[in-house]
Design a protein around this ligand. Sequence first.
Ligand code: I3S
Length: 126
Amino acid sequence: LGDISKTDHPTALKGEYLNKAKIADGGKKQRKNWTSTWVVLDVTQLLFYKESKQEALTNLKPGCKPEGIDLCGALIEWTTDKSSRKNVFQITTSSGNEFLLQADNYTTICKWHDAIKKTVDSLARG
Ligand code: I3S
């Protein structure tokens, strides 16, 4: 867990590939479609890039912007009934978007779950 800050400041994690599926948009259920996504945790948001190299290009090319998830007011919870896959947790944003994140490696997914939860908690405290 080397990337997780030991202080009380919002946690940020460097990019890593995770499996992602969006299952609701604005509270409306969506057909699940798992894709491998380069995920970066910022101070207030989670960023989804199609590929790792997109992160490097994002500041150079306007068309390379990632999808950003506002973590303020989001709900983070492990789930075993939304997928047959192991190691899945759900992010529900305050706007009613629902995402599943998954990795086969338990240590990897725990690191992301804990860091994202820590960010949500720090945003709630202001
Ligand atoms: O929750 P679901 O609908 O069983 O999720 C599965 C489907 O999204 C499936 O695609 P089709 O709708 O084209 O059959 C995916 O291939 C599966 O991976 C999904 O289930 P898991 O358990 O992998 O999340």
